[in-house]
Design a binder for this molecule. Structure first.
Ligand SMILES: [Fe+2]
Length: 609
């Protein structure tokens, strides 16, 4: 079955294509429109992109999976009175162009979205076959299923937390062998209005705004800042929240608006660092209490989480280290961009039943679900008059640059799905000097308060970082922080936060051979088993997708070079002596100085002593 899945909620609209249980493609609309967080409409560019990657036309789609998202008004079926109301507004020039399907369900006290959606019109107008079925997923079910599907556990707690989706900000599910119980957050809650002000994610967003940053965009800056401040406001924030008798986070705010006003008022006059430390502590404390409540009651040692709150890598670390669990998994597209994949999985669950669905689960190997431009990137650079192609093995040449203190982008294969760059569209640099954070952020017009993330080969991960069986899977997708081993902190300062932690990405050769090869060569040359990995994007722009965007970044001097699977490129005028970069120009930090950077004749890549 060819399944098209998409989500059109307020932000991070995205699409995915499934060939039955095989996820063929997935991408957020922002990467194509080049507008960060784009949403509040149908992501047509992403839809056509995943169909292109799958090799299907719209007419080839057998079923459409989506959520109760935002749609143009004329796809809704209203009562005659409501139709008259909207027609009047149109005549008066106040036409509402779009509505949120979840709001319409709630207004009509039903969770049956199909009653209000003109599927026939949607299919006919947009080139789908008339018999194509449309399935609507619950927002939190989509978050939860995306996480659960990529595990192989027999039992689990699946916990979701976000701003709001389908009237709720949390959901709790328990997998017990052959049962998946929705403990809280099923579709019936869509049918009745509920308080919307229990969300810790929303409170975190208001604290973000109080610090002068953009709500729903810059929460990660507070997560970074939180390690630099004192939680002086934590009690003031915390007095508004409590854990209900049924183990959920609730608040005494009268409304979301009041929550915003009170948090903004509380923050007045306080430093950004202390605001950040305070809201981080409150979010950590209450989520830990709630998740612990449910871990205890579900009697499981496996935790799958998703939803925008779990973009917070410090919360995820706390859960991994404080709870009695054997493994944690955070779906890498934990925000609403991940809901497209979740809605497709929801369709498959409805079609096949739980036993079949569970049998098809698979652990996530990578998140490379965008388009592969490997055949176009070198042509793009080859046609650029001011670009120089550097001879030699790409990994060896790139490593030479990195050893000499240059920062370069790796552009290889299919783009990542989710917010993190994981080696397909990443910027790499040596971790040996902390000031690379400032110099590279300045080149990228970015302000960050968390150091760059490290990437490390799987074989080295445990000797550099506190990687255990609990967090190893999550660390493959850079969704969790952990302590850096004390003996390594001064050797890789660019990736160590003030609290001695980092948010590593563990990479294997099978995931991305070019990426792993560069890491191995860098380790051989410098003794440092880690590279800086930061996303290949400029301030407030989405991560680079197409070759043209990659070329532009190099042209603008955002990076010193670009490495592809076929070659390394640099700007011709800026670096006239690029043909040879001595290894001895490296940081000198390791035992490997003098090692040839030529193509290794030993594919086994011996470990360092
Ligand atoms: Fe969400």
């Amino acid at each position: 079955m060819h399944i098209l899945a998409f989500q059109s909620s307020l932000h991070d609209a995205s699409a995915a294509a499934f060939e039955d249980y095989r996820l063929v493609a997935a991408i957020a609309e922002e990467r194509l429109r080049r507008e960060k967080g784009w949403g509040n409409d149908i992501p047509w560019l992403a839809i056509d992109e995943v169909l292109h990657i799958a090799g299907w036309s719209r007419g080839d789609v057998d079923a459409i999976a989506t959520i109760h998202g935002v749609f143009p008004l004329h796809y809704f079926r209203f009562s005659p009175m409501r139709e008259f109301y909207y027609k009047t507004r149109r005549v008066l020039g106040h036409e509402r162009l779009k509505r949120d399907l979840s709001h319409i369900c709630t207004r009509n006290h039903t969770s049956d979205a199909s009653r209000f959606f003109r599927a026939d019109r949607f299919l006919a107008e947009n080139g789908f076959r008339p018999e194509t079925k449309i399935f609507f997923a619950n927002h939190h079910a989509a978050h939860a299923l995306a996480a659960l599907f990529h595990t192989d556990w027999n039992d689990a707690l699946i916990y979701t937390a976000d701003g709001i989706g389908d009237n709720i900000s949390y959901s709790v599910r328990a997998l017990r062998k052959d049962r998946l119980d929705v403990v809280f957050g099923d579709d019936s809650l869509l049918a009745r209005p509920r308080p919307t002000h229990d969300s810790l994610a929303t409170a975190y967003g208001y604290a973000t705004r109080a610090c002068g940053f953009q709500m729903w965009r810059h929460e990660g800056k507070l997560t970074g800042l939180s390690a630099r401040g004192e939680a002086t406001l934590a009690e003031d924030f915390a007095q508004h929240f409590r854990i209900s008798d049924d183990g959920l986070v609730v608040s005494d705010f009268k409304s979301t608006r009041v929550m915003g006003e009170q948090i903004m008022a509380l923050c007045k006059g306080h430093s950004r660092e202390n605001i950040a430390a305070s809201i981080q502590k409150v979010a950590e404390d209450f989520i830990l209490l709630s998740v612990r409540h449910w871990i205890d009651r579900t009697d499981t040692r496996h935790l799958a989480i998703a939803g925008g709150l779990f973009a917070n890598v410090r919360i995820n670390r706390l859960l991994a280290e404080a709870l009695p669990i054997d493994e944690i998994f955070i779906f890498p597209a934990m925000g609403d961009d991940g809901v497209a994949v979740g809605s497709g999985l929801n369709l498959l669950l409805a079609r096949d039943g739980l036993a079949t669905w569970l049998a098809h689960r698979q652990r996530l190997e990578n998140v490379y679900f965008g388009r592969d431009y490997d055949d176009a990137i070198d042509r793009c650079f080859g046609n650029a008059p001011n670009m120089r192609r550097i001879d030699g093995d790409p990994a060896a040449v790139a490593t030479g640059f990195l050893c000499s203190g240059k920062a370069g982008a790796i552009y290889a294969g299919r783009m990542e799905y989710g917010p993190r760059a994981l080696g397909a569209r990443s910027i790499l640099a040596s971790p040996a000097h902390a000031d690379i954070n400032d110099t590279l952020n300045a080149r990228l017009n970015r302000s960050e308060f968390m150091p760059f993330a490290p990437v490390v080969l799987e074989e080295d991960a445990e000797r550099v970082f506190d990687i255990t069986s609990v967090n190893r899977y999550a660390a493959r997708f850079m969704t969790i922080t952990c302590a850096v081993k004390p003996e390594w902190r001064s050797r890789i300062p660019a990736v160590v936060h003030v609290d001695g932690t980092a948010r590593p990405q563990i990479v294997r050769d099978a995931d991305n051979s070019l990426y792993a090869d560069i890491l191995w060569r860098f380790r051989s040359a410098t003794g440092l088993p880690v590279l800086v990995n930061t996303s290949f994007n400029v301030h407030e722009e989405p991560i680079v997708n197409r070759p043209e965007e990659c070329l532009q970044a190099l042209n603008e001097g955002r990076v010193d070079f670009v490495v592809t699977r076929n070659a390394v490129y640099a700007k011709a005028p800026a670096m006239p002596s690029l043909f040879w970069v001595p290894v001895s120009a490296s940081s000198g930090a390791g035992s490997g100085a003098g090692i040839s950077l030529g193509k290794s004749s030993d594919p086994r890549r011996p470990s360092l002593p």
